[in-house]
Write a protein that binds this ligand. Structure first.
Ligand code: SF4
Length: 366
């Protein structure tokens, strides 16, 4: 990156070749952002990559797959509004995506929408029009779980309700993750700006905000701060629960489970919120549930990275290095990340669900 910057500044005749080399080197970065938090140097390669790609593609045509990745995230609300039709068209769309864009093993669109989960849903812009109870928790959707994994939203809400809280699902403006990853900086700033404005409005009602997917929550603490230094606090699920446990909220006891499932956290979460596994374990223990916190590295999916045909060797090698041994002999595990659950589903015989599904089930059985 430094060499490329220097070549740019000096109008070096080798700039094009240096640019190609830099592009090639950054192409295998998954964007997990472990470098930005776990490495003592605290250099976020995804942030540098985003800036590089933006500048690089000012002079080089973007691959169609970049535009498609950004479009999928932007179209999530539209897909949700035509869910039954979108589900029927998905096999056809997946075939086109594989042939024309090189995306494989795309997840299925969830059968049930957010409004069919049995919990109230409100658009961010209408939050001021409804009365919320003292123990209301705002559950923020993100494009990927709201489209492809509403089961995780259901698990989080069911678990919160069983613990005595009132989950209120809040839909946000379209996401900006793909625009950041693909280095479309102006678009990222515009989309992230809208999401930050929505968070500012939500913050005014004074209820805790949690995100279903760790990748979204941690984006509010990292990528969003490239747009503005002041972003409202969005908590990871276990951060909220650990906080309420410490505050002494009266929680019911769960029926003891017959097994202690392994629990894995998203790699970005493991590096940016290193207490995540311990917090989950404390929450499970307080409810009388056993769990086996398991340290893993990146599962190799990292958003769309693992769905790109050309990245299969890296994606599968990473999975085999860390997750595959931990899944051996396990019929079911708990995983906090949507990407991780997708990767487990496509590369193993194990099923992976959100940890709150186990909490909801344990409390329901009590
Ligand atoms: S793969 Fe992860 S740790 Fe490595 S450079 Fe990319 S974001 Fe950083």
């Amino acid at each position: 990156m430094r060499q490329w910057r220097q070549a740019q500044a000096a109008q070096d005749p080798e700039l094009a070749a240096i640019g190609r080399d830099t592009y090639s080197a950054l192409d295998s970065c998954l964007g997990c952002n472990a470098c930005g938090s776990a490495c003592p140097a605290h250099v976020s390669v995804p942030a540098l990559k985003s800036q590089f790609l933006d500048a690089y593609h000012a002079g080089h045509r973007r691959p169609l797959r970049d535009h498609a990745a950004v479009a999928v995230e932007a179209m999530a609300p539209m897909l949700a509004s035509i869910r039954p039709l979108a589900r029927r068209l998905m096999p056809l769309a997946s075939g086109v995506a594989a042939r024309a864009l090189g995306f494989i093993d795309l997840p299925e669109i969830s059968g049930r929408g957010l409004r069919q989960l049995g919990h109230p849903v409100v658009r961010h812009s209408r939050i001021g029009t409804i009365a919320t109870a003292e123990n209301t928790v705002l559950v923020l959707e993100d494009a990927f779980t709201a489209t492809f994994d509403t089961g995780a939203v259901q698990a989080v809400c069911d678990g919160l309700a069983a613990l005595g809280y009132h989950p209120l699902i809040v839909t946000l403006p379209p996401g900006s993750k793909a625009a950041h990853a693909k280095g479309m900086r102006r678009r990222f700033a515009r989309l992230a700006g809208r999401q930050i404005a929505a968070l500012n409005e939500l913050e005014k009602i004074g209820r805790p905000m949690i995100g279903v997917d760790p990748a979204f929550v941690l984006m509010t603490r990292s990528e969003f701060r490239e747009v503005t230094p002041s972003v409202p606090k969005v908590m990871l699920v276990q951060e909220f629960l650990r906080q309420r446990l410490e505050a002494g909220d009266p929680w019911p006891q769960a029926a003891p489970g017959t097994s202690a499932p392994r629990l894995m956290v998203h790699c970005t979460e493991a590096s940016a919120a290193p207490q995540a596994l311990r917090q989950w374990q404390e929450v499970f223990a307080a409810l009388g549930l056993a769990v086996r916190p398991t340290q893993t590295g990146c599962c190799g999916m990292a958003g769309l990275f693992g769905h790109e045909q050309r990245q299969q060797t890296v994606s599968r090698t990473l999975f085999d290095a860390s997750w595959a041994p931990a899944l051996k002999g396990e019929a079911a595990v708990l995983a906090t990340g949507f990407s991780c659950r997708c990767q487990v589903e496509r590369l193993s015989e194990t099923t992976a669900t959100h940890p709150m599904a186990a909490i909801a089930a344990g409390l329901k059985a009590a």
